[in-house]
Every structure is written in structure tokens, then in C-alpha cells.
Design a protein around this ligand. Sequence first.
Ligand SMILES: Cc1cc2nc3c(=O)[nH]c(=O)nc-3n(C[C@H](O)[C@H](O)[C@H](O)COP(=O)(O)OP(=O)(O)OC[C@H]3O[C@@H](n4cnc5c(N)ncnc54)[C@H](O)[C@@H]3O)c2cc1C
Length: 327
Amino acid sequence: MTHAPNHDVDMLIVGAGPAGLYAGYYAGFRGLRIAIADMLELPGGQITALYPEKKIFDVAGFPEVLGRELVERLVHQVEPFGPLWVLGTRVEGLERVGERWHVTLSNGESISTTVVVITGGIGTFEPRPLPVGREYEGRGLIYYVPRPADLANKRIVIVGGGDSAFDWALALEPIATSVTLVHRRDSFRAHEHTIDLVKSRSTNIVVNAEVTKITGEENITSVEITTKSGEVLEVDADIVVAALGFVAHLGPLAEWGLEMNKRTIVTDSAMHTNLPGVFAAGDITEYPGKVRLIAVGFGEAALAVNNAMTVIDPTKSAFPGHSSENV
Ligand SMILES: Cc1cc2nc3c(=O)[nH]c(=O)nc-3n(C[C@H](O)[C@H](O)[C@H](O)COP(=O)(O)OP(=O)(O)OC[C@H]3O[C@@H](n4cnc5c(N)ncnc54)[C@H](O)[C@@H]3O)c2cc1C
């Protein structure tokens, strides 16, 4: 039995990555009531989770832009339209009820919507957990650093040897009280240039070692590090950043009856899927000639939302008019 929905919108956008955020802008521009849902606690999708400190060079109009800044600008662009943000929540079930979709969420709530735009990218990310200290999640153990400024004046231990670990070491070192980077090997998987920059600064790099214990009453106060040779170090810390990578799962979307090609959703040129009123945009879509880039996702988001508009109100055209005339 379908329960009465908690929220009623014209369009639910599943995924707050760049494609979903830009879809939100266009939906707002078209006067739609929108909800934007994401499993992550913060918007930005792969950019926020994996590379907020990297510069992006191929977004039209921005010769270079920091990942974090691009996300901030996208959020700024959609905010005036007052979307319902449903963050930290997985979108789970999709059921047709009359002419609408009833969508269930992992927080126990549900949304009734006329159309769904799936901008789920490569799926939801789950951080690879640290073998120890998971009880400190929310009390100092974190998996990504979308806003380094939040960690100013903290003693930080970063675990990992890849791009994210080194990018964050570089971003945090100037503002943190101390940064220690712990990696279980003595070779790294980050850009040489970034490694050299981190090495040239005050970050303490401990190789061939693992975090074996996190301690602290309420919040983290120290971290035990054990080297392969059996040496045990005690490092004062407020924050542990476990930068061990993410595992992506398509999860419930794969059960929705969508026409799929492996982990992607097949769309037509209007970004319509095989389900009525269900559109898709961004990395998750598949059609001949598909290229997985932010720029392409933006274009697909505009196509998906504006074509969805004709489903929500058949008297409307897919062409939205020019935003420049909307003063
Ligand atoms: C290290 C790195 C560097 C990159 N550099 C560039 C670059 O320079 N230029 C470029 O164009 N591209 C770059 N990319 C690729 C770019 O990040 C992606 O193309 C882009 O993020 C895709 O955007 P999206 O909105 O389609 O999906 P994503 O960014 O993957 O966002 C999808 C969101 O959907 C959410 N989601 C999925 N399923 C559910 C569900 N069931 N419930 C709730 N939420 C859900 C996820 O949590 C995620 O936040 C890079 C990628 C990486 C990893």
C-alpha cells in the first residue's frame, strides 16, 4: 500500500551532482516546484566527494575553476528557486500512482512527483571505511573535505596515498595546526607535482604505516599509528580524514524497470528514459556518442528539464525562452 506522501512536487531530481544542480536551475527557471535529493550530506556529487580542491579547465566560460567553487556557484544559481533539499538520503523506490510517481526515501519519507529526472552519476558513493574507529563518525572521523576552512586550527591526520589525500594535505596545511599523512605503502598514487608540494611543506608523512586506534572521550583527541616494523606512534589529533576512496553503487535505481546498459540508463535525444515522465542526465545516461563530462551533463540537464516541462504541462513548449530576456 502506498502511504500519503510527505512532499508534493512537480519534479524530483535524483542526484545533486553538477548535472542535478543545473537541472534544478532550469526547473526553477520554468517555475516548477522541485526537490533535489542526494545520498551525500552536501551537494556536488563526484566533485564534492572526490576532487573539491582540483581545478577544472573545461567548463565553458571558466578558463579555470576550483571544483568546490563550481559547486558553490551551481548551488547559488538554483537557491533563488527554493528547491526542497533532501540531502543525506538515498532515493529508493519508484512506483506509478495514477499519472504521478510515488518515490520512497531512505529516511522513511516519500515524495509525490509528476516527473523524475535521474542525475545519479555513477551511483551513490560509500567511503571505504577505516578498519578502526568507525564509532567516531560525526565526532571527528570524516571521509571528504568539501570546505577546508571548516578545519582551520585543527590537528589533522589524513589516511591514504592517492590524489584526494594529497590534495587535502595541500589545502589544509596552511590553515591547520598540524597535518600528518599516513599511508600503508611507501609509494603514492597522486600527481607527482602535488606530492612534491606536500613534501616541501610542514606535513608530516608517515609511510608503511596504518592507523590502528583512535581515542578520545567525546571527540577525537589522538590517533595511534603502527608502522610495518612494529613501531607505535601516538599523534595528537582532532580530525581524521579517511581518504581511502569510495565504492560506487547504482543501488535501487537498477530495480526501477529502466532500460539499462550495464550501469547506465538508456535515453533518447530528449533525455527521456523508457518510463513515462522519467528523464535522465549526466554521467548516468547512455546513447550513441555519449561523452561523460560536466559540460555534456549541463547540456543534457537543460534538455531533460525542458522536455520534461512538456509532460508536466502539455500546453508548454520545450523551448524555455531566453534567460537573458527574463529581467
Ligand atoms: C578525479 C576526477 C576528476 C574529474 N575531472 C573532470 C574535469 O576536469 N572535467 C569534467 O568535465 N569532468 C571531470 N570529471 C568527471 C565529472 O566529475 C563527472 O562527469 C560529473 O561529476 C558527473 O556529474 P553528474 O551530476 O552526472 O553525477 P555525479 O557527480 O556522479 O553526481 C551524482 C550524484 O547522485 C547521487 N545519487 C546516485 N544515486 C542516488 C540515489 N539512489 N539516491 C540519492 N542520491 C543518489 C550520488 O550520491 C551523487 O552525489 C572528473 C571526475 C573525477 C573522479
